[in-house]
Design a binder for this molecule. Sequence first.
Ligand code: N01
Length: 574
Amino acid sequence: METASNGTPASYDALIVGAGFAGLYQLHLLRDRLGLKTRVLEAADGVGGTWYWNRYPGARCDSESHSYRYFFSRELHDSWDYSERYPGQEEIRAYLNHVADHLDLRRDIQLETRVAAAAFDEKTNLWTVTTKAGERLTCRWLITAVGCLSSANVPDIPGLETFKGEWRHTGRWPHEGVDFAGKRVGQVGTGSTGIQAAPVIAETAKTLTVFQRTANYSVPARNHPLSPERKRELTERFEEIRDLVRSTPNAHPFRISADKAAEQDAETLAQRYEKAWEIGGLRFRAVFGDLLVDKGANDTAATFLKGKIREIVKDPATAAVLSNIDHPYAAKRPPIDTNYFDTFNKPHVAVIDVRADPIKRIVPEGIELESGKVHELDVIVFATGFDAMTGPLLAIDFEGVGGRRLKDDWAAGPRTWMGVAVPGYPNLFTVTGPGSPSVLANMIVPIEQHVEWIADCIETMRAEGVERIEAEPAAAEAWMGHVNDAANATLLPEAGHSWYLGANVPGKPRVFMPYAGGMVRFREICDAVSAAGYAGFARNRPADPEAAPPEVLTAMVGGAETGAGRAEALAQGI
Ligand code: N01
């Protein structure tokens, strides 16, 4: 590999930050299809992105394995089999290592390289990227593939530094694992991660105490090994599965029913929910089409799921704490589990309601609550989530035109054009940035779509001699307005403590960040924008603060039209 020498930054056509699903595919397209001199900069010492870092007990993907893989190449597809209905962390990491080898990507990936800053030079239209180690590299095109959930959120609880035991965050889990045998373990957090981790931690811990602030729904995953016949069938049906995930709003390999819960009688509801519970997984969400737009409809699912908790958990007081859920089903990302609620039937497992008696501080012996009660612990596991979507981008000090800083520009919330471009930061592309469907969809599908759209855009700019492309401010304004409308047409904002809104990080602006209008609609909008000559982008000139929002967007998302029909259409992504 080339390195900087004599103080002159090494120069590239394109630099990509991150070697997860997005970064690997972006490298392949830019290097192997466009012929660009490209390098990936990755903080970790291996590829895998989120699947490199999240090695906590029970880490497994909630998307089914036949949909959680690249679809751009039949040959690549046929070179790999997953072994279970849902792929585990180790297996996904092995898959991504396989991809890196299969496509000969490693020679252009620079590991153990954390990007600290990036500055755009208006004279040359080049970015200069500075790594934490002080290396400088320049490029024309800068692509962030940093993931949505990669900045660990360790809560600022006073006294953590005094704790005598060991503490860990699930998103920064040590490679050698954590030995819970004979230990008193406290777990803070009951999101998707905590719900996966608790049953596995309980297998070896002496005691497990789960500190729950917000009770959560969960549906059994019903994971199982895939038989050789099933694997063969999934390989043979590649095209069908690919077309299905690309044609459904949430990019999962199943369709959302058009039936409405609100129109069913009690018996039908019970039958349909019971069947969906038996099938398990995120498919539960798709059993009726109105669950996320109609509170009455949602209540029927919520009542069923709370009833299941009370059925499974034997101790009524424990069941009451676990089922005391304050938000509509799936308004927060719905977890799926393996034996989560049943774990609380074990005599050495307990749940503590820290909304009723909040965590006051951490003391050398463990966790102290406001009531003065101290839970003595040897290990604390923080399953407390991430500074989602904006966190990984703001961890880089981006300097755009005229010395502007991204952290200032986004002080009141992120501003992007379609989640992929930011006004004031030319030639920067953000794969699954804020305003993209990303986390509301099966991530692989938006990732492939963004990466391909970005490669097509760069290819077109090069063919047309464009050295600078920048989102117009009005396009970003209009887009964020549409992102907001799409969220407000659903019940999603009703979970006021959700990370979709940034509410889990104290001081973070409350802005609904992912695009809830659906992956199908999103793809159509992106395609229309490029077909219209990259509408909403200034090319070879500074952005125009007076420019109108792109007509193509206004035409596709409508004006001030409101009402149930529009709400339902906007909510098709859920
Ligand atoms: O994080 P979360 P996560 N005191 O933010 C609690 C993806 N994922 O890591 O709700 C006490 O959802 C917090 O409580 P509250 C998936 O998209 C995917 O679980 O803020 N508690 C909550 O219970 C998911 O949504 C997969 O009141 C505190 C928990 O910690 C996303 O990652 C698997 C606290 C955090 O839940 C994030 O999930 C796992 C405090 N100070 C995750 N601070 C797969 O598909 C926070 N909490 C594999």
